[in-house]
Design a protein around this ligand. Sequence first.
Ligand code: HEC
Ligand code: HEC
Ligand code: HEC
Ligand code: HEC
Ligand code: HEC
Ligand code: HEC
Ligand code: HEC
Ligand code: HEC
Ligand code: HEC
Ligand code: HEC
Ligand code: HEC
Length: 548
Amino acid sequence: MTGQRGCGVRSGWLRAVAGGVAGMTAAAASAQQQSVVDSPHNLSAAGPGTIRAAGEDQVCIFCHAPHNATPVRPLWNRVMPVEAYSIYTSRALDALPGQPTGTSKMCLSCHDGTIAIGSVVSRDAPILMRGGVTTMPDGHGLIGTDLRDDHPISFRYDGSLVARDVKLRSPTSLPQELKLDPNSELQCTTCHDAHNNARGSFLVMRNAASEMCLSCHNMGTTTITAHTDCSACHQPHSAPSGPYLLKRATVTQTCNHCHDGTLPTAADIASELRKFVSHDTGSAVDPAGAPAEHSTCTDCHDAHTMSRGAGVSPAVHPNFGRVAGVGLSGSAVTAATSEFEVCFKCHADSSTIQPDVPRKIVQNNTRLEFSTSAVSFHPVAGPGRNPEVPSLKPGWTTASTMYCSSCHQSDTARATGGGGPNGTHGSSIRTLLAARYETFDRTSESAAAYALCYACHDRASILDDASFPSHQKHIVDERTPCSACHDAHGIASFQGNPVNNSNLINFATNIVFPNSAGRLEFRDTGRFRGECFLSCHGREHSPERYEK
Ligand code: HEC
Ligand code: HEC
Ligand code: HEC
Ligand code: HEC
Ligand code: HEC
Ligand code: HEC
Ligand code: HEC
Ligand code: HEC
Ligand code: HEC
Ligand code: HEC
Ligand code: HEC
């Protein structure tokens, strides 16, 4: 199509452009054109911005020409950039953006920084700019040719995309200001109008309370007011994270920009992450590799749907929001209903973390350890198997359930009597424990040494031998840690059995050894009765029996 025929098709705007370009100076601008004149897109010598011509007084000429223009509508006066852009991508993206098309290429003919701003088709030599400016200088106007950090453009936003991404609103119900191009593609001009800077940033509509973002995105609702404005965490251009357009390079930095103790109302998580063990790999967004190798805030919290506060076991915490998980059966769930389902994403079938204590029965899939069909287990996924646990403190019964975070918790959390934020973020105690739990042989018993267990199990009851008549002898006299005999998690159904592995018995093989007959075994022979075949602290048990 030639420029002339283009004019014929749309004579209305032809007159405006042609009239404008032919005789326009700033003074002659009509009311509709006035907004270009007052905006940073008035690149004539009289323009208001810092980037403007040395002497040229025409306003429209930088983008439009009356004749001899390119065949691109509307009488486009610029050479279009070549298709050499890096395109936005992310793991969650459903759209299929390609090289920029349509009006986006018009914008990029200045904003990608490859073509001189004054270079127009209707002139042989580029229009001279003040200060020797040629292409778009560094600064907020430079979008560049790397669009991986910019809101995706030049893709079809239609019913089939919405069917793939439930968090998008239907394009048929967009506010009238937001226009897709004739091919239903989202372009720069969906959000921007190059002629109207009334709202700043040439936006087509207000975005003060993220109205514009919310017109297309339906991310769910959060009751945390500091999280309601998209721009608290996102920016549409030159985003440091690339994928997901975050304001900082990583998710952690984006969140901890506020959660670092500088905002008095936002819990200080950054300090937690500086502790001896921390639950954060600080990885780039959208990392390669299995989820189990990484962890960051959004693996446990969804910024878009969370509300304040902790839950009551077994329900998921309100401050997790809607996060994905893995169910007890091992299949993926899109919205976890329990905390452990979130942990199972990384610490179950795909776990990469080796057990801290070497044991007779080795298992690093916590889903199998805590399954309600396990031989014995701490009651995370459902009430435990043992009807008689005399040591339980008030508030706990054999019908209780608990969180993983009942044990894996900040050692200074409010939840455990400290003043700091709750959560599985960091601890000064190994394996991210809420309180001390010594596993070295010859540990002198004290309330502090096994504070983790004594938070729920009464120390006096244990040391008074209320169940196992030799607790005191082993723990105090022989200075044997609980972990020599007990597994803190559970024993998987296919690895143990109720005779050998009731009461969370799973010996630590660095402390307890086979006896001279080669046996390393516990046998449950009834209520508070049992026998052991082993060798420990140089003593043979072949067997050693106990009875209450
Ligand atoms: C910085 C570049 C730029 C400048 C300067 C500019 N325009 Fe435009 N103009 C555009 C772009 C880009 C489009 C295509 C927008 C679209 O199709 O959504 C356009 C489209 C138009 C149209 C067609 C509108 C339509 O709905 O199809 C008219 C009329 C117009 N411009 C007039 C003017 C006049 C008059 C001036 C000078 C006062 C001017 N423009 C200055 C970039 C510019
Ligand atoms: C002829 C070159 C040119 C074209 C074409 C052009 N722009 Fe610009 N644009 C500029 C310049 C120059 C600035 C000022 C940058 C600065 O001050 O650093 C600017 C500024 C902007 C700004 C920032 C406004 C502000 O409030 O600071 C936005 C947004 C913008 N342009 C969007 C667009 C879009 C969208 C298009 C296409 C529809 C487009 N531009 C086409 C040259 C152009
Ligand atoms: C989904 C909406 C959307 C799309 C698509 C979009 N922008 Fe923007 N753009 C914005 C918003 C919102 C701002 C204002 C950001 C702010 O004020 O923090 C902005 C700001 C800008 C700025 C000013 C610099 C800055 O970072 O604030 C430029 C220049 C710009 N856009 C150019 C473009 C160009 C060129 C395209 C197409 C390649 C484009 N935009 C596509 C929403 C969009
Ligand atoms: C005109 C509609 C529209 C507007 C306005 C809009 N977006 Fe988008 N945005 C989309 C569509 C469509 C996608 C592609 C979604 C997909 O394929 O998963 C998208 C993608 C994104 C992505 C990348 C998603 C991913 O899966 O990688 C982010 C982040 C984003 N938008 C944030 C914003 C923010 C922040 C604003 C406001 C400044 C905004 N959007 C405004 C329509 C819009
Ligand atoms: C408190 C911070 C925060 C706020 C506020 C926020 N987001 Fe996000 N958003 C994120 C983070 C972090 C990610 C990356 C998620 C990940 O790591 O998987 C993200 C991802 C996204 C995605 C891509 C993934 C997806 O689920 O489709 C879109 C789209 C998005 N945000 C849009 C928005 C919009 C629109 C708003 C405003 C209504 C908003 N966000 C507000 C932090 C935030
Ligand atoms: C702009 C600052 C800001 C950013 C960025 C931010 N937050 Fe927040 N966040 C707050 C404030 C302030 C509160 C407390 C608000 C309240 O209590 O109503 C809060 C509350 C929370 C809570 C709920 C705490 C509770 O009481 O249970 C969680 C969880 C949370 N943020 C996680 C995140 C995550 C994850 C990110 C990053 C994706 C993030 N925040 C980014 C400011 C921020
Ligand atoms: C997205 C994956 C992911 C999720 C979800 C996850 N973790 Fe982790 N976890 C890791 C990674 C990776 C490490 C290794 C430490 C690090 O961050 O560098 C780790 C470390 C740990 C450690 C410390 C292990 C050691 O030997 O020091 C504990 C305990 C832990 N996680 C418990 C949990 C609990 C409880 C949950 C659920 C509330 C959970 N994790 C959710 C990935 C995850
Ligand atoms: C009753 C307390 C308790 C509960 C509940 C608990 N853990 Fe642990 N966990 C521990 C202790 C103690 C260790 C240190 C190893 C040891 O002493 O056997 C540990 C170690 C770990 C480790 C490091 C690897 C290893 O096995 O040593 C990971 C990962 C872990 N736990 C994840 C979880 C997950 C996920 C949940 C919930 C599904 C959970 N834990 C529930 C007490 C608990
Ligand atoms: C392994 C899962 C996991 C990860 C990763 C994680 N959190 Fe948490 N977070 C929790 C748990 C569990 C809680 C405690 C729930 C409760 O009791 O309130 C929590 C609580 C919080 C709270 C409320 C604290 C309070 O008591 O006021 C904030 C704020 C928070 N997290 C922010 C973050 C930020 C920011 C990141 C990333 C730096 C992050 N979380 C990473 C699991 C996680
Ligand atoms: C958050 C509370 C809590 C903590 C911390 C805790 N327990 Fe328990 N424990 C329980 C509850 C509740 C039961 C009852 C389960 C049942 O009835 O089977 C239990 C049961 C047990 C049992 C009997 C299990 C069976 O199947 O026979 C043993 C042994 C045990 N705990 C040891 C420990 C040790 C060792 C620690 C320290 C690592 C510890 N517990 C930490 C709450 C806790
Ligand atoms: C030498 C091995 C051994 C050591 C060390 C040991 N236990 Fe036990 N524990 C047992 C045996 C055996 C039973 C089962 C008694 C029965 O019911 O027959 C038991 C039962 C329990 C029970 C369930 C019944 C009850 O009393 O409520 C708890 C809880 C418990 N131990 C906690 C601990 C704690 C906490 C420590 C460390 C401070 C510890 N144990 C150290 C062997 C040991």
